[in-house]
Design a protein around this ligand. Structure first.
Ligand code: SAM
Length: 345
């Protein structure tokens, strides 16, 4: 009890402000890397509070940059903070923070898209999936161009219980461009309902914590930013392989504004499209004239289950890609045009 109170009230010694660190180390934000910094420590504290109780926890911060969120994590009493930063210019400033918090911070100069998080923390932290949440958190304010592919990768890791989820149901608190944040949390029927809504919500409880106005960042991005918290579900809402769910969801949302049968049809070769689409929608109990955004999670689950049965009956079906069929058709047609032109000559 005494130990945790001591850690919870941990305070970094006086340090230059983030603004001073930026000046000291000449850390001008690079536009091409979409670097936008948070200098207001009340905001970075709020992000860390939304992550849950990080006192005494093991935390991975992605893209620490000049270290605003990093300070808030250390001040919140994290036991072990691992930061992964791609831009080498930030390492000396982060080293200064690490020196101010001896034994608490590890710095990795690397790319979070390839970093192996399964080896980052001690194995005694691992918890069974059904158990309480492990004492491992991921927190980050990444460029928008990285956060979307990264969350797709980590959702696949959640489905397979590997990567950062070898420790159990590791929680993530990440920032996204407001529009993407809305898609991640959108409910059935809402305008923002999309592929990302289904892919994130079938695997996690997804919570929109708060919005940071663009003006809070230096330099100011064109858009506001949403802070999203993800907790992996014990039981995913769809019990099929990630790649299969991804394929069904991607195809259904192919034609967002059309009836859902249009997108479902793209799962099948043209020759059987009508028959198979009718069968799939009928067995899944889905009205073909619903729009993709109107489909509930249960209906996506049914669609995935029926598609799985159809793939089990015909293993070639899963490999089918309508774009490939279109490409081959076009190639065939241009070959035909070329040979008829030659025979005319
Ligand atoms: N977290 C800091 C803040 O809130 O002020 C910086 C945020 S800035 C939007 C994103 C940071 O992520 C930059 O420091 C950038 O260099 C880093 N970054 C970008 N891509 C990365 C990647 N693939 N792996 C690790 N860090 C990355």
């Amino acid at each position: 009890m005494t130990v945790s109170r001591t850690l919870a009230t941990y305070r970094l010694p006086p340090l230059p402000t983030i603004g001073e660190i930026i000046k000291l180390f000449h850390l001008r934000a690079q536009k091409q890397l979409s670097q936008n910094f948070l200098l207001d420590l009340r905001l970075t504290d709020k992000i860390v509070r939304k992550a849950g109780n990080v006192s005494n926890a093991y935390v991975c911060e992605v893209g620490p940059g000049p270290g605003g969120i990093t300070r808030s994590i250390l001040n919140a009493g994290a036991k072990d903070l691992l930061v992964v930063e791609k831009d080498i210019r930030f390492i000396p400033g982060l080293q200064m923070l690490s020196d101010a918090a001896p034994g608490k911070m590890r710095i990795v100069h690397g790319d979070i898209l390839t970093f192996k998080m399964e080896r980052a923390f001690p194995s005694h932290l691992r918890k069974a999936w059904e158990d309480d949440l492990p004492d491992v958190h991921i927190i980050g304010n990444l460029p928008f161009s990285v956060s979307t592919p990264l969350i797709i990768k980590w959702l696949e890791n959640v489905a397979n219980r590997d990567g950062p989820f070898t420790y159990g149901r590791t929680q993530m608190t990440l920032t996204f461009q407001k529009e993407v944040a809305e898609r991640l949390t959108a409910s059935t029927g809402s305008r923002q309902r999309s592929r990302l809504s289904i892919m994130s919500q079938y695997l996690c409880t997804v919570h929109d914590c708060f919005t940071i106005p663009g003006r809070a960042f230096i330099p100011k991005p064109k858009v506001d930013v949403g802070v999203i918290h993800f907790t992996p579900l014990i039981e995913p809402q769809i019990n099929q392989p990630f790649k299969l769910v991804e394929k069904v969801v991607q195809n259904v949302f192919q034609f967002r504004r059309k009836y859902c049968h249009r997108g479902v049809g793209m799962l099948f070769p043209e020759a059987q499209r009508l028959k198979f689409t009718e069968r799939m929608l009928m067995l899944a109990d889905v009205d073909p004239t619903l729009r993709p955004k109107q489909l509930s999670m249960l209906q996506f689950k049914n669609l995935c289950n029926v598609y799985r049965e159809m793939c089990d009956e015909d293993p070639d079906l899963f490999r089918y890609n309508f774009r490939e069929e279109l490409r081959q058709k076009r190639r065939g047609k241009s070959n035909l045009d070329r040979s008829s032109k030659q025979s005319d000559e």
